[in-house]
Each structure stands twice: as structure tokens, then as C-alpha cells.
Design a protein around this ligand. Structure first.
Ligand SMILES: Nc1ncnc2c1ncn2[C@@H]1O[C@H](COP(=O)(O)OP(=O)(O)OP(=O)(O)O)[C@@H](O)[C@H]1O
Ligand SMILES: [Mg+2]
Length: 302
């Protein structure tokens, strides 16, 4: 059986400037891959490329296979059938992802109707209520006619999760799904995601700059910087035996997994614009499998 998602040699360029370089990874059915990297490393671009949501300014090369099918080769109508149905996404900005002037019940209903045009109003309504209950929105029936601003930030994020999962996708892309939330709410949302992921055996691409969150969610982890994969491996390989200096510096900047998560997180050190980095960007070292499933990029100068 092919992997659920197989990304090979993905390169994304803007005016011949590469933003993602030769990126390869797979996600098996029911597996969570954490994609970690500082701001601007190409995480969201990668997610958008999988869904083919990048605009014409982006030149995308490589292969992206979902369940063995080459997504980049599909006609746009075929792609539309996959998007939101087999592959769903929770976007980075929860506030902009909901329509502020449309009632919540209608928004969830439209997510269903886009893929189930034959369903009766009653059947759609039942699916909407079921989706709201699955993400623990209390008193779902009485809230169908409410607008997004009548919900808290955490509830809005739950609603987005409900909309993403309402068509029972097999792959969920979650792009920084909790960054905008305070720590307590963040924790509840992560637990909810984890619970749904297991219940539906969802494959998941979980994007975050927060290593503690990734450690909680991911089975495997890929670390990227400036669009380049630097290290990937199982959660234990990355967190207990990090090999690449950049991964180590990220871990040193983050609290240990046992640390109180309510403490403010150390920020990820920026890679800076030094000449050393720039030359490393031009001639990246080779990726090597240093232990089974544990890939590490050689330092360019080595
Ligand atoms: N339309 C565009 N034109 C030119 N460059 C772009 C465009 N979109 C993104 N980029 C560049 O690609 C790089 C990667 O962007 P991306 O949004 O994927 O970063 P990210 O890892 O998701 O960061 P963050 O953690 O801040 O969300 C950035 O340096 C960005 O400036
Ligand atoms: Mg992003």
C-alpha cells in the first residue's frame, strides 16, 4: 500500500528564489508528522502546495502523491473533489477562516454541501449537530444561528476543526492550530485534536514552531529551516537524540517536556542573514540516514 501522503523533491520558488527546496517526506495512514521550523521556513507554503492553493506566482516542482495519486497532475475539478473532503486543512489564522457575517450552522452546512450535494436539509443539519458535538460545543442546537463573534477564540477554533473533519477526511493539515490561543485553551484544543486523530485514524501534518506542542502531538518530526529539511525522525530520535546543530539549538531554546508549559516559551533563535548561512543555503550538505529512519543533513562545510 502506498503511504497516505508522499511528498518527493518538493521545490517552491518565487521569481527563481527557492522558498522550499527539495523537500521529501511521507505520512502513513493514522500517522502524525510534526513539521517544525522558525517563521519563514516554508511550513505554510508546503501545506498550501499539498492542497494546490498557491497562486500563480509560486512555481511548484516535485511530486505530491495522496494515496498513490499525483495531486500536482490532477485537473483542478478533480483536485477540488479531494480538497476539503479527503484532505482538509485548519488554517493558521482562525479569525479570517470564518465568515463573520454568516451564521455558524450555515457555515458548517456549506462545508458539507460542497461535497454532499444530494443530502437533504435534515441530513445536513444532523451532520452539523454531530460535528459540533464532536468538538464539544455545548448546546449545539441552540447555537446554530449564532455568528462567529458570539463564540470565544477556543470555540471558534473548535468550529474550524468541526468544519475540517465534517467530511471525514483521511488527511488533516493543521497549520499552527493553537498559536493564537492562550495556554489553557491551547491544551484543550490539542487534546481534542489528538482524540479526533485517534478516533478517525487521521493522517496529520501538524505544523508548529513550538517544539513542546510537537512533542505532544507527533509520531515523527521533520525540522526545516529556510525551506530545507535538516533532520527528520521519530519523536524520540528528534527529542532524545537530536543530531543536527540546528535541532539542538531549537531544543535548547525550548523548555524541556517536563517544564511547566505555562512559562513563556523561549523564542526560536533566528537563523540570521550571516554569510555563513547564505553560503550554506546555496550548497546544502547531503541528507544521510544516520540511524534507521533518522535523517540528518550534513553541515555544508563538512
Ligand atoms: N507570494 C509570495 N511571494 C514571495 N515570497 C513568498 C510568498 N509567500 C511566501 N513567501 C516566502 O516564503 C517563505 C516561507 O513562507 P511560509 O509562509 O511558508 O513560512 P512559515 O514557515 O509558514 O512561517 P510562519 O511560522 O511565520 O507561519 C517566507 O520567507 C516568505 O517570505
Ligand atoms: Mg506559516
Amino acid at each position: 500500500m502506498p503511504p497516505l501522503l508522499e511528498v518527493e523533491h518538493l521545490t517552491i520558488e518565487f521569481r527563481a528564489q527557492p522558498a522550499v527546496r527539495d523537500l521529501s517526506f511521507t505520512i502513513e495512514k493514522g500517522e502524525v508528522l510534526g513539521l517544525v521550523g522558525e517563521s519563514g521556513s516554508g511550513k505554510s507554503l508546503t501545506a498550501l502546495a499539498i492542497l494546490r492553493l498557491l497562486d500563480g506566482a509560486a512555481r511548484v516542482n516535485g511530486t505530491i502523491r495522496f494515496d498513490g495519486r499525483d495531486l500536482l497532475a490532477l485537473r483542478s475539478e478533480q483536485m477540488r473533489l479531494h480538497r476539503g473532503r479527503e484532505i482538509a486543512m485548519i488554517f493558521q489564522e482562525p479569525m479570517t477562516a470564518l465568515n463573520p457575517v454568516m451564521r455558524i450552522g450555515r457555515q458548517i452546512a456549506e462545508a458539507i454541501e460542497a461535497h454532499q450535494p444530494d443530502w437533504s436539509r435534515q441530513r445536513v443539519k444532523e451532520a452539523v449537530l454531530e460535528a459540533m458535538e464532536a468538538v464539544a460545543i455545548g448546546g449545539a442546537e441552540s447555537r446554530l444561528n449564532d455568528y462567529p463573534h458570539q463564540f470565544s477564540g477556543g470555540q471558534r477554533q473548535r468550529i474550524l476543526i468541526a468544519m475540517a473533519l465534517v467530511n471525514r477526511p483521511r488527511l488533516l493539515i493543521a497549520d499552527e492550530p493553537t498559536t493564537a490561543l492562550d495556554v489553557t485553551v491551547q491544551d484543550q484544543i490539542l487534546r481534542l485534536l489528538q482524540d479526533l486523530q485517534q478516533r478517525f485514524a487521521l493522517g496529520m501534518l501538524f505544523i508548529s514552531h513550538d517544539l513542546a506542542v510537537v512533542a505532544q502531538m507527533a509520531d515523527r518530526v521533520a525540522v526545516i529551516r529556510r525551506g530545507l529539511l535538516l533532520e527528520s525522525g521519530s519523536r524520540d530520535q528528534i527529542f532524545l537524540e537530536p543530531r543536527h546543530p540546528y535541532t539542538r539549538s531549537l531544543l535548547a531554546a525550548a523548555p524541556t517536556l517536563a517544564t511547566d508549559r505555562n512559562l513563556p516559551l523561549a523564542t526560536v533563535p533566528p537563523s540570521g542573514g550571516g554569510t555563513k548561512d547564505a553560503s550554506a543555503a546555496e550548497a546544502p550538505g547531503e541528507l544521510r540516514e544516520e540511524a534507521p529512519g533518522h535523517w540528518v543533513r550534513e553541515a555544508a562545510e563538512a
